[in-house]
Design a protein around this ligand. Sequence first.
Ligand SMILES: Cc1cc2nc3c(=O)[nH]c(=O)nc-3n(C[C@H](O)[C@H](O)[C@H](O)COP(=O)(O)OP(=O)(O)OC[C@H]3O[C@@H](n4cnc5c(N)ncnc54)[C@H](O)[C@@H]3O)c2cc1C
Length: 368
Amino acid sequence: MHGKASKELQKEVIDKGLCTLCGGCTGTCPYLVVYDGRIVRLHRCDMSEGQCYHYCPRTYMDMDAISRHIFGAPYGEGEIGSVREVFLARSTDQVIHQKAQDGGIVTTLLSVALAEGMIDGAVETKLDEEKNPHGFIARNREELLECAGVSYEPSPVIQAINRLPNETTEKLGFVGLPCHVACLSKMKLSPPTNRANIEHLEPVIGLFCGWTLSHSFHRFLQEHFDLAKAIKFDIPHHPEHSFDVYTPSGKESVDLDEISPYINKACGYCFDMTAEFADISVGSGRAMFKGWNTVILRTKVGAEILDIAKGRNAIEIQPIPDESLANLKRASLDKKKRALKNIISMTGGVDDLLYLGISQHLKEMLLE
Ligand SMILES: Cc1cc2nc3c(=O)[nH]c(=O)nc-3n(C[C@H](O)[C@H](O)[C@H](O)COP(=O)(O)OP(=O)(O)OC[C@H]3O[C@@H](n4cnc5c(N)ncnc54)[C@H](O)[C@@H]3O)c2cc1C
């Protein structure tokens, strides 16, 4: 532990605009809550050490230690993290396709794992009636389907893990953005002794992420669309340039430029586009492979579940073209360089990288 708690979390993370709203500090502590799209500290807690600070993905992350714990090797210098295989995939399940964001791989893998008894459910994100995202534990296929599709607003999904009963023996899959996966990876490195067994959370499925949109974007959505009728949100890839809201009667769009002011400031300091500490990372197939997912397989646990899905013909797979892989790597590298630049301009020097515990060599490489 760092000898720091919520006072330092407020000063070093929240006040600096670095909080991603992952929910890692909420759900166990009565004094930290999610309110109106931010973390609010209700009380001046005087604890000298707090899990709220320790597990936050924007307090120090020893990337080598986390990487050794998950992959058995120090944090590498590749653009997209530790990789066993990268390919394109999509679900063969038409019901999932109708609800899913892209190729439905996330919902299909969880569905297969559930049917095989590998998991009892999954910690996911679900939208309420007003389309606000929140953490939710899906325990059957119907509930998995209710979580399909995305919200571009941050979901404090780790809160759902923190609220699990300590004595639970349930095995749960997990889906989250890179910041969620980073928080979970810190928990796995030094598991909280007073909470549910964190090792029971697998597979960890990470989503690619460029950025999330702030809570004030929700008010923008309410002003421009009838959210009660919305069934899907999408930001299609270049050359399209829109934010789309699907309703049963069709698609309504706004220009992407109108939503860019709502991008969360915290995302400018994020180093990870592909959820590098996940078992499997999933993104869209981009414009060239609409309706498909780009999949990065990273661990043995990930390989097991993919093999079962392939064996059941639940997914179809094709190789990723070199050009698409190169684009993915470029986008991921750009995010790392941008984050590093923004971090350095916040701290005023290359010796203080805020939360980012990377090697001197990697730092120099990215700053070249
Ligand atoms: C904020 C955000 C930004 C993204 N940016 C990119 C990007 O730049 N490039 C790219 O290739 N892909 C990006 N993605 C991922 C992409 O949108 C799809 O989620 C991914 O391709 C999986 O598709 P699928 O059809 O397999 O998902 P589905 O089978 O439809 O499952 C979707 C899963 O996403 C989870 N989810 C939904 N909203 C959230 C949320 N706000 N936070 C955490 N989990 C959520 C659901 O619980 C569900 O498990 C982003 C996703 C999000 C949420």
